[in-house]
Ligand binder design. Sequence first.
Ligand SMILES: Nc1ncnc2c1ncn2[C@@H]1O[C@H](COP(=O)(O)OP(=O)(O)OP(=O)(O)O)[C@@H](O)[C@H]1O
Length: 363
Amino acid sequence: MQVNELKLKHFRNYDQETFIFDPHINILIGNNAQGKTNVLEAIYLLSTTRSFRTHKIKELIQFESEFGFVEGQVESNKHDYDMRVVVSKQGKKAFINRKDIARTSDYIGYLNAILFVPEDLSLVKGSPSARRQLLDQEISKISPIYMYNITKYHKLLKERNAFLKMLKEQHKEGDLYLDVLSEQLAELSADLIKRRMDFVALLNEMSGTMYDYLSADEKLTVSYHTSYKEISKEAILAKYHKTYKRDIIYMSTVDGLHKDDLKFQLNNNDASLYASQGQQRSIVLAIKTALLEIVKKEIGEYPILLLDDVLSELDDQRKMKMMNLIDHKVQTFITTTSIEGMQHASIAKAKKIKISHGNKEDI
Ligand SMILES: Nc1ncnc2c1ncn2[C@@H]1O[C@H](COP(=O)(O)OP(=O)(O)OP(=O)(O)O)[C@@H](O)[C@H]1O
């Protein structure tokens, strides 16, 4: 997959700009606060209809403007597409070949992107919610059904929690409607957890190989942790039934896949407790490069890669190895304040675009 052309209109600090990209490496160079990450954010928006920096989509519209849009000419193995996401005060609208696509799950997949930002470097020791988010986002890219079901799960969970609160206020210990909601959640949970487990098995295999290449010292293992001993609708529902009273007291669904976690181990030691900064970086790098391979395996072609200011966070050896892994395979967008010290041959051949004050200049 690749983005050949990107148009920005009233997007962040861009009034109007058109970028023509190289199929391999594109480097956006500029001082701080010039608009480099804004370009990555625009590509990510085109890919997912979301920003990786804010949930408030209206922040993407240029100050003083009523609307903004991002439009990309995208080339894949199958077809070429014109993709567009328009953001206005009313919300956002996504289009493929000028056709309005109402459901996000129908839009995702035309342009797959793997994003790597400095915050990802805290994935190993950070909050479980970031690891769950990674799982949900990445599985959604290769499975529209997963995306549809996880959205439905969270809606039902919210409804169940609100209902638990009402039961507590009414001093009730159960209700037929609680049974219905629990049954629906149990059915979805069994399906979603199985899909997560399958994905993690693949991630474990691929990231193990990548880690071995990036840092041959230890063995990386990635595993999925859930509170359920048996993954079936019946077993999950039975657990819900057993914990009705507790959930009503807490006014919250205490157990569930919304509490599950992804664990990393190096030579059987819990990486969240023992991994050094360098080891954590290698793990995240192994995960991100493994994700590229998983998308290739599942979809049949590589996604694009967005590297926001992360190369400067990696040492020379890891940087070189990372570039070796993506060279001539993956269209990559790199933001940086300077290319000094970037030694790989692909950097010399890369398309370099200077960004200043929301304007670009090919150099
Ligand atoms: N909605 C908006 N309208 C106009 N300008 C905006 C808007 N949102 C952000 N900006 C401007 O965009 C600039 C930041 O751009 P960006 O985050 O892409 O910086 P950057 O070049 O990646 O910098 P750094 O190297 O510091 O990460 C700031 O000057 C900010 O004021």
